[in-house]
Write a protein that binds this ligand. Structure first.
Ligand code: ADP
Ligand code: ADP
Length: 229
């Protein structure tokens, strides 16, 4: 299980406009740290730096003590799994979509991943069919169901580090609860960075970091942050 460390990260897309201004925190092995904050605070930028889409101008990011700028892009991709907020599915069965990138996986492994993500029963269905009107071919695959396909794919890939992007605002609260359960299940015992928009979705995180305009303005457990506000 991996330890992820952000050390005094400064980052700007455009030189005169700093986006992250001295961000330091650690995600201990198997723990979950959630980044919460208003839109534009720099949350997604932090996760992009972890994937090395950009290099910070100052500071470093370490995985198990190793600076990620010295790690091969390919091994970084394998080490980190991402559940994005919007999942685009390939035009093939749900099973294929879950298996994607893990071509050696057995049917049993796929079924188990689908079960954990609560998308079982759909494995042999085509997402296209779900998108045709109800009554012709069946159901429509909702945004939440698509996200659960992405969760199943991530469970199957089983990376030591997870990044969860929780923009569930567009989903109804019933779906949101189900997705939350599935995300909690996949992040258990895994080093996890959660990008969240609301404090209410990250109750189970070991630490919550509140980011605003590129700096950490508060940090603590869910209860500690509630007590302060
Ligand atoms: P959050 O995820 O907290 O909503 P982001 O990390 O997406 O915030 O964005 C932080 C700031 O960086 C915003 O002001 C946004 O406009 C800016 N930003 C994001 N991506 C880029 C980019 N590729 N080029 C320039 N500015 C960007
Ligand atoms: P160090 O003492 O680690 O060598 P530097 O001399 O590079 O650090 O920078 C001193 C301080 O200036 C840093 O701690 C940081 O707060 C700030 N700093 C460095 N680079 C940047 C940057 N690109 N944008 C904003 N602040 C920066």
């Amino acid at each position: 299980n991996a330890v992820v460390r952000f050390e005094d990260i400064h980052f700007a897309y455009i030189k005169e406009r700093p986006i992250l201004r001295g961000i330091s925190f650690e995600i201990p092995a198997g723990k979950t740290v959630a980044i919460v904050g208003p839109s534009g605070a720099g949350k997604s930028t932090l996760s992009r730096l972890l994937f090395r889409f950009y290099e910070p101008q100052h500071g470093r990011i370490l995985i198990d003590g190793q600076n990620i700028s010295e790690v091969q892009q390919g091994s970084l991709r394998r080490a980190i799994g991402m559940v994005p907020q919007d999942t685009v599915l390939f035009n093939d069965t749900i099973g294929y979509n879950i298996r994607y990138g893990r071509w050696d996986a057995s049917e049993q492994e796929i079924e188990e991943a689908a079960r954990l993500a609560q998308i079982d029963g759909f494995i042999n269905s085509l997402p296209e069919k779900f998108n045709t009107p109800v009554g012709e071919r069946g159901l429509k695959l909702s945004g939440g169901e698509k996200q659960r396909v992405a969760i199943a794919r991530t469970i199957l890939k089983s990376p030591p580090i997870l990044v969860l992007d929780e923009a569930t605002s567009a989903l109804d609260s019933f779906t949101e609860k189900e997705i939350q359960d599935a995300l909690d299940r996949v992040s258990r015992d895994r080093t996890t960075l959660v990008i969240a928009h609301r404090l209410s979705t990250v109750v189970g995180a070991d630490e919550i970091i509140v980011l605003d305009k590129g700096i950490i303005v508060e940090r603590g457990s869910h209860n500690e942050l509630l007590a302060e506000s």
